[in-house]
Design a protein around this ligand. Structure first.
Ligand SMILES: NC(=O)c1ccc[n+]([C@@H]2O[C@H](COP(=O)([O-])OP(=O)(O)OC[C@H]3O[C@@H](n4cnc5c(N)ncnc54)[C@H](OP(=O)(O)O)[C@@H]3O)[C@@H](O)[C@H]2O)c1
Length: 264
């Protein structure tokens, strides 16, 4: 149980972040719900958390903007401190790498990579005051696997994964554990609005030995375990949540793998 703990979930107005925020609240945590634009959606998440009997504070802040991040942590201090940081919000330009401009590069890396590091830098003093903490960042299987038009975002996720390993070592003496969770495709707005979304998800499901796509609930379950205190010796790791999607499966007849289970 997370009773008495305070969690900040970035980008928790929608998608995976929303599900994680609600799960942590169900387990007893008070939650800071961060969002960028969708105030109404953030308000709905906040109302659901309150209905669970937990304290909640929605805070609009752009994770890529250092002033906003500073303000977000002033809110966290005012809310009581911080035990758990879930760095979930991300952005990115999806194009072939030869079409990526300097502007696209800095936009993506500013939010996804510098944004993560600045969140950690602000979170650590608050966590130290409370005797330690948990930091979890959302990465993706596209950091190590080539997905169409995902080169820039994939590179930013690979950078995050390197930061996780270094931070785990730097922060271990402070009682702070750091991990990344790496889901394969999850049906959220981020995927739904891709031009070939249905085809992509159908193909991902076919290539998943478990026979179904990963859900936001699957991700929230792993996050909740990592924050639970039962996982204190897991640090610096990238936990893949993919139903076997990224396994290098070999067939004796040379054919590629297609799941015979489930359908979209
Ligand atoms: N969906 C997948 O298949 C998948 C797979 C692997 C990894 N992931 C990772 O999981 C995380 C969540 O993805 P998702 O699919 O749930 O995304 P999503 O449905 O598009 O939701 C994005 C959330 O992030 C917020 N956000 C976006 N930019 C922000 C910024 N600069 N500052 C603060 N908040 C910001 C949005 O706020 P507003 O509502 O206010 O716009 C929203 O709450 C990301 O790190 C993503 O890379 C996703």
């Amino acid at each position: 149980m997370l009773t008495g703990r305070i969690a900040l979930v970035t980008g928790s107005s929608r998608g995976i972040g929303r599900t994680i925020a609600l799960r942590l609240a169900s387990e007893g945590a008070d939650v800071i719900v961060n969002y960028l634009r969708k105030r109404t959606a953030a308000g709905e998440v906040a109302a659901e958390i309150e209905a669970k009997g937990r304290r909640v504070r929605p805070v609009k802040a752009d994770i890529g903007d250092p002033e906003d991040v500073k303000r977000l942590f002033e809110e966290a201090r005012d809310f009581g401190g911080l035990d758990i940081l879930i760095a979930n919000a991300a952005t990115g330009v999806m194009r072939p790498l030869l079409d990526i401009s300097e502007k696209h590069w800095y936009w993506t890396f500013r939010t996804n990579v510098w944004g993560f590091l600045s969140l950690v830098q602000q979170a650590v003093p608050l966590m130290v005051e409370r005797g330690g903490g948990h930091i979890i960042v959302l990465t993706s299987v596209g950091s190590g696997r080539v997905l169409e038009h995902y080169g820039l975002v994939g590179a930013s996720k690979a950078a995050l994964e390197a930061l996780v390993r270094y931070l785990a070592v730097e922060l271990a003496p402070k009682g702070i554990v750091v991990s990344a969770v790496s889901p394969s495709f999850v049906r959220t707005d981020a995927v739904r609005f891709l031009p070939n979304s249905d085809q992509l998800l159908e193909q991902a499901q076919r290539q998943t030995p478990a026979g179904r796509l990963v859900t936001a609930d699957d991700v929230a379950s792993v996050v909740s375990f990592l924050c639970s205190g039962q996982a204190q010796m897991i640090t610096g790791q990238i936990i893949v949540i993919d139903g076997g999607y990224t396994l290098p499966i070999g067939r004796l007849d040379g054919s590629s793998f297609t799941s015979s289970r489930g359908s979209l």
